[in-house]
Ligand binder design. Structure first.
Ligand SMILES: [Zn+2]
Length: 382
């Protein structure tokens, strides 16, 4: 099984390298925007043909030759990807890139063999902590302290300057993994909620972290401050950078937290069952749009983490479509209690069988049972 992993390192370029990185950002953006405009006027072309056209553009604009030519080609393929997503109705029509947001460019890894020795334009040395990148040469990196080698084949590298003014490089690596499916001995159902982020059929709950709320409060205060300051003044830009830093902190914190939850769940169980979020959302009542967006993003991130970790560990992951509200049905007797439409009832005794139920854990048990049915249907088919 081929799997893809992204390794993200902090990058410490010197002054000369910073200048070249910025030139490459500019040139990649120019090429992207140029061909977006070109295709708006002349109709959509294949990236392959646009790359041929790029040669003429490079003659017209000599400065394009100063930067990594792979990056310019990647820009064209990114644009093609944008159009493909648009035609498949996955996203909006591609937009022009601005220089006032997060900056990045991607370059692909090219290997060659010369006199029996293999050469590559992207190389990572985790012992000396350097990365070799096309045109830029060696740059100091930080990250992955516990690793001394990256296994697998490097596919590409993306150089990024975040709005926090820090530089990063994200390296995509292809790894060949032989995974054998485990013989399942344990199963868990997972209910995704707003009050508790996750409730499992084992009775474990993962709360929405308070620390994130603390950051969010600070964020709101800074945003009010920003709105009173003179646009693009020195203090305005300072506040803006502070805001970007807090955004990054929240992002990182959430990422680590979700990763920890997914690790724990996948390490401890062989069959993992969650609800299909699209179906789940039909039953959600009035939730503040902001909170909903945030939790939706967390849920889908968590589910994709669980899916990926299950895959590489040979475990089973099922998303089930519950076309009934799983939290209203008692998992012991199957009685449907419509009083539970009221989301404020967190725990109750079942009026039919008298068993004490915790709302979210009861829901996760129902999810487990559905998943178990599905698993045996699939196993008996195979
Ligand atoms: Zn009952």
């Amino acid at each position: 099984m081929k799997i893809y992993k992204a390794y993200k390192f902090r990058l410490y370029p010197n002054d000369e390298q910073i200048i070249l990185i910025h030139k490459t950002f500019g040139c990649s953006r120019f090429v992207y925007n140029y061909y977006l405009d070109y295709q708006k006027k002349n109709g959509v072309k294949r990236a392959y043909d646009l790359c041929k056209n790029l040669k003429g553009l490079e003659k017209e604009h000599e400065y394009l030759k100063e930067v990594d030519s792979c990056a310019l080609r990647c820009s064209i393929f990114d644009l093609e990807g944008g159009y493909k997503n648009f035609f498949a109705k996955r996203s909006n029509y591609p937009k022009f890139k601005s220089k006032f947001t997060r900056q990045s460019y991607r370059t692909s890894c090219i290997r060659s063999i010369y006199k029996g020795k293999e050469y590559s334009n992207i190389e990572i040395d985790l012992l000396t902590k350097y990365i070799k990148l096309p045109k830029l040469g060696k740059i100091k990196i930080r990250g992955y302290r516990n690793k001394d080698k990256i296994e697998g084949k490097i596919i590409n590298a993306t150089i990024i300057k975040e709005t926090t003014n820090k530089y990063y490089v994200s390296v995509l690596v292809e790894e060949d993994l032989s995974v054998e499916k485990v013989i399942p001995t344990s199963i868990v159902g997972i209910d995704l909620g707003l009050k508790d982020l996750v409730a499992t059929s084992d009775g474990v709950k993962y709360v929405n972290e308070k620390i994130i709320m603390k950051y969010e409060k600070r964020l709101k205060r800074l945003q009010r401050k920003l709105s009173r300051q003179v646009r693009n003044s020195k203090n305005y830009l300072k506040t803006k950078e502070k805001i970007a830093r807090i955004h990054a902190k929240i992002r990182n914190y959430r990422k680590h937290y979700l990763n920890d939850i997914a690790n724990e769940i996948v390490n401890e169980h062989d069959i993992i069952v969650t609800e299909n979020l699209r179906v789940k959302n039909m039953f959600k009542g009035k939730i503040k749009a902001f909170n909903k967006r945030l939790s939706d993003a967390s849920f889908s991130k968590l589910c994709s983490l669980i899916e990926w970790k299950s895959k590489i560990k040979g475990k089973y992951y099922y998303k089930i479509d519950t076309y009934y509200p799983s939290s209203q049905i008692c998992c012991h007797c199957g009685y449907k209690n419509s009083k539970l439409k009221d989301l404020s009832i967190r725990e109750y005794d079942c009026p039919c069988c008298g068993v004490y139920n915790d709302r979210d854990i009861n829901a996760s048990l129902n999810i487990l049972l559905e998943g178990l049915k599905l698993h045996y249907d699939l196993v008996s088919l195979a």
